[in-house]
Design a protein around this ligand. Structure first.
Ligand SMILES: [Zn+2]
Length: 209
């Protein structure tokens, strides 16, 4: 998966999870009533507003720091691609391992239970999404490092661009994920600009009212 696949699909998955949580929260509190036709119209518009992408994004930002989710979503590539340029691995090495994810997940759990600090756990969630989107279960040598040997295979960074081009044009799944990811990322940036919340988001990770 490439940049927009990672950023957009991770963001979309978090929004879908938030929307699902809201749906079950509402349904668990709902009582069976028989509203009049005018009441049901009002209820429908409230329902629509509650599940609009804007409301879901705002609620998501109240629950987690989206900045850390997005950083986690691309962190393995931010670390491993430069290492690959120096022939340490082939662009997927130390940060694409289960060990790397476990270190962040365990640190996140400790920080959450000791200090109620959620950001490290959110970062670990982003890293987990990255490994899933990279289908790392197909690359067990890297995923389960160092159990299959401590050396990472090296590649030629000069081939990366042509490899990404081939992936994008030759694999419809990658193309669909990248296009969908781009649309979700574009929606999120548009949302931030339209609501004039870009600065608040970058500074604090949530949207001020
Ligand atoms: Zn990657």
């Amino acid at each position: 998966m490439l940049l927009f696949g990672h950023l957009g699909i991770t963001m979309g998955a978090a929004m879908a999870a938030q929307g699902t949580k809201q749906y079950f929260d509402v349904n668990s509190k709902r009582r069976i009533t028989f509203p009049s036709p005018s009441e049901s119209k009002d209820k429908l518009s409230i329902h629509r507003k509650r599940f609009s992408p804007v409301t879901i994004t705002e609620t998501l930002a109240k629950n987690i720091d989206i900045r850390f989710l997005l950083i986690g979503a691309i962190l393995p590539d931010i670390i491993d691609k430069p290492l690959g340029l120096f022939h340490i691995g082939s662009g997927r090495s130390i940060s694409h391992t289960l060990l790397f994810l476990l270190i962040f997940a365990l640190s996140g759990l400790i920080l959450y239970f000791v200090k109620k600090w959620k950001r490290m756990l959110v970062l670990a969630g982003g890293i987990c999404a990255h490994l899933l989107l990279d289908s790392m279960w197909l690359n067990t040598h890297v995923l389960f490092w160092p159990f299959y040997g401590s050396q990472f295979s090296t590649g030629n960074p000069a081939d990366w661009i042509s490899h990404w081009g081939t992936e994008l044009t030759g694999d419809p799944i990658v193309l669909i994920f990248e296009s969908t990811g781009f649309l979700i990322a574009a929606y999120f940036v548009y949302f931030l600009f339209k609501q004039r919340k870009l600065c608040a988001f970058l500074k604090d990770g949530y949207f001020k009212e």
